[in-house]
Design a protein around this ligand. Structure first.
Ligand code: ADP
Ligand code: MG
Length: 626
């Protein structure tokens, strides 16, 4: 007896002891494995042409034996070698379900079993013993794998005609709570195939008992029973069906099973096109971001079918990065089966399809934004970050695709708004689209820099994600309105008159400001009299391309050179502190230096930037206190 690998054992225990009511999914799992195995061989038949097999040669056969209490599922697919039997059925590492579990440990195990492609082991939910007979295509030996569950499994050679696999389930006896007998009923199996496996592209056949009128008994009908080998599934893949023949439930189930999602999709996009490119596409926008979505492990891509045959599990070229959250498949007759990954990248047809899909996804999102705002905001919570990365990527090359899909928190609306909405309600004398950066909306709300703008009634976009400001800067403008940070040194808020007055004041205090700048010894580009402060004494702004927020983000990245924003210290000339500074400049230049240092540190703290010498800061404050 050989032992299962640790992970497998865990899942196996779960399966065997499961009280899960949807244990019927075991059939779907075994049929889908059979179909995968045939796909593999059929694909080879199509590409190599050396197998001499055609599509009609393939089938999945189900057999029931009530007396022996067995349910058998046989396929004539690729089969498994001895090593493959050991590796594939001895471990579960490849299955999507356990990966998911890492992230959702708190969720009920049981629930997970019901929702996911749990694979081969689900057979143990209904079986006392599972036996697999298999012969790999091209091999002349067959092997028998058998297991009663967590204890382990045995392997021995066996006889088998032709290639493929045969799975024999010894169905459990009924218990007080559970009826297992039903899985030996033709009726149940027929329904389960219809429910879960209808779109499987190979015939799923079974001997079905039927009854008919005996010949010559028309007068006084007598009936006899006979068996007929019936194909149980319609074999039309979901995406080839007509939209109005498909229920939402069917779409949802297809999505959840095929793409291992616990939740229903937020949006289903089913389209078929003919002309320069002929294809069916069935796309889904997930209801929530996959646990690994914002990590390097996440791979984007759509399944690619050529005329119903899967040629690539994840074709990345079909999706731009900013729509990488889209799941789904594309089926096109224009693509050659033999096409290699490298060739595919340059395939003209594929490029046309990709660009069509991009437009389609964009327009679906736009219509969601327009007609289902709440749903869109939920979507944006999940994937908005990716859209913003997209706006920033490639030097803003995708801004036109994305600019109307972005949402930002608004100071005046207190909710997420689009740039279009912002611009439409801009004040007449407002030149810019203003934004402010910070860790949270609440913190930004407190920033002194926003005072004057708020007083003027200007709306401000609150940016809380690292990428936000980069994205806006990359986009430069929306609808000819440039973006402007509230921390920029030139907000341009005053009237001509105010400007002249301000200039006068600067002139009068030129020496004081100069002395403060000197005291700060190169730490600031300038010390200025603020135009944006109303009641607060001091704040920091920046000049040039790099803002203080960007400096923070860039410097927190592990690689790359450290950057520094050109800092500008802004003093509120209407605040009593300013009178004090003027006084110190005239009477106590040494103390002015201390004050300059303190104000500088305070401005940094407001910005959320850590100060260079906290001890010196504390000592200065205490000196003032005593
Ligand atoms: P998954 O199908 O997600 O890979 P399963 O647990 O369902 O996980 O199956 C594990 C592996 O066992 C499959 O990937 C496949 O290699 C192999 N396998 C299962 N059933 C068959 C079969 N009928 N024919 C050939 N290989 C099979
Ligand atoms: Mg499987």
């Amino acid at each position: 007896m050989k032992q299962f690998k640790a992970e497998s054992k865990r899942l196996l225990d779960l399966m065997i002891n499961s009280i899960y009511t949807h244990r019927e999914i075991f059939l779907r799992e075994l049929i889908s494995n059979a179909s995968d195995a045939i796909d593999k061989l059929y694909y080879r038949a199509l590409t190599d042409g050396d197998t001499g097999l055609s599509r009609d040669d393939f089938a999945i056969d189900i057999a029931l034996d009530k007396d022996a209490r067995t349910l058998t599922i046989a396929d004539n697919g690729c089969g498994m070698t001895k090593e493959e039997l050991e590796n594939n059925l001895g471990t579960i590492a490849k299955s999507g379900s356990l990966n998911f579990k890492k992230d959702n440990e708190q969720k009920e195990d049981i629930e997970i079993i019901g929702q996911f492609g749990v694979g081969f082991y689900s057979a143990f939910m209904v079986s006392e013993q599972v036996t697999v007979y298999s012969r790999a295509y091209g091999s002349d030996e067959a092997w028998k794998w058998s297991s009663k569950g967590a204890e382990g499994y045995t392997m021995e050679p066996c006889e088998m005609e032709g290639h493929g696999s045969k799975i024999v389930l010894d169905i459990k006896p009924n218990t007080d709570e559970n009826n297992y007998d039903e899985f030996l009923e033709t009726y149940t199996i027929k329904n389960l195939v219809k429910k879960y496996s209808d779109y499987i592209r190979y015939p799923i056949r079974m001997d079905v008992e039927k009854s008919r009128m005996k010949e010559g008994t028309e007068e006084k009908p007598e009936y006899e029973s006979y068996t007929e080998n019936e194909t149980l599934n319609s074999m039309v893949p979901l995406w080839r069906k007509n939209k109005n023949e498909i229920t939402e439930e069917e779409y949802d189930r297809f999505y959840q099973e095929k793409f291992f999602d616990f939740e229903k999709p937020a949006k289903i996009i089913h389209s078929s096109t003919e002309g320069t490119a002929t294809y069916n596409a069935l796309l889904f926008i997930p209801g929530r971001a996959p646990y690994d979505y914002y990590t390097r492990d996440y791979e984007k891509g759509l399944q690619l079918y050529s005329n119903g045959v899967l040629i690539m599990e994840k074709c990345p070229d079909l999706l731009p990065d900013y729509f990488s959250f889209v799941k789904g498949l594309v089926d096109s007759q224009d693509l050659s089966l033999n096409i290699s990954r490298e060739m595919l990248q340059h395939d003209r047809q594929l490029k046309i399809i990709a660009s069509r899909l991009e437009k389609k996804i964009k327009s679906e999102l736009e219509s969601m934004l327009l007609n289902e705002r709440e749903k869109y905001e939920e979507f944006f919570k999940n994937f908005g970050l990716q859209l913003k990365y997209g706006a920033n990527a490639d030097y803003g090359a995708h801004k036109d695709v994305l600019k109307d899909l972005l949402l930002f928190y608004s100071s005046s609306e207190k909710k997420l708004v689009t740039l279009k909405e912002y611009v439409e309600r801009m004040k007449e004398d407002q030149k810019y689209i203003y934004y402010a950066c910070g860790q949270t909306v609440d913190k930004i709300e407190l920033l002194p820099q926003t005072e004057a703008l708020k007083e003027k009634g200007f709306e401000i976009l609150y940016l809380t994600d690292d990428v936000d400001e980069f994205a806006l800067r990359m986009m430069m403008q929306y609808d000819d309105k440039a973006f402007k940070s509230v921390s920029a040194d030139d907000l341009d808020l005053e009237t001509e008159e105010e400007k002249q007055e301000a200039a006068k004041k600067v002139e009068e205090n030129k020496d004081l400001l100069g002395a403060m700048k000197e005291a700060l010894d190169g730490k600031v580009k300038q010390v200025i009299l603020s135009q944006k402060l109303k009641t607060h004494p001091v704040c920091m702004s920046s000049e040039g391309a790099i803002s203080i927020e960007m400096e923070k983000v860039l410097n927190s990245m592990p690689s790359g050179e450290k950057v520094q924003a050109q800092r500008v210290l802004e003093i509120n000339a209407n605040h009593p502190i300013f009178t004090k500074l003027q006084d110190l400049y005239a009477n106590d230049p040494d103390k002015l230096k201390e004050y300059a240092a303190l104000l500088y540190d305070q401005a940094l703290l407001i910005e959320g930037v850590s100060i260079e010498d906290p001890v010196a800061f504390s000592n200065r404050v205490c000196n003032l206190m005593v």
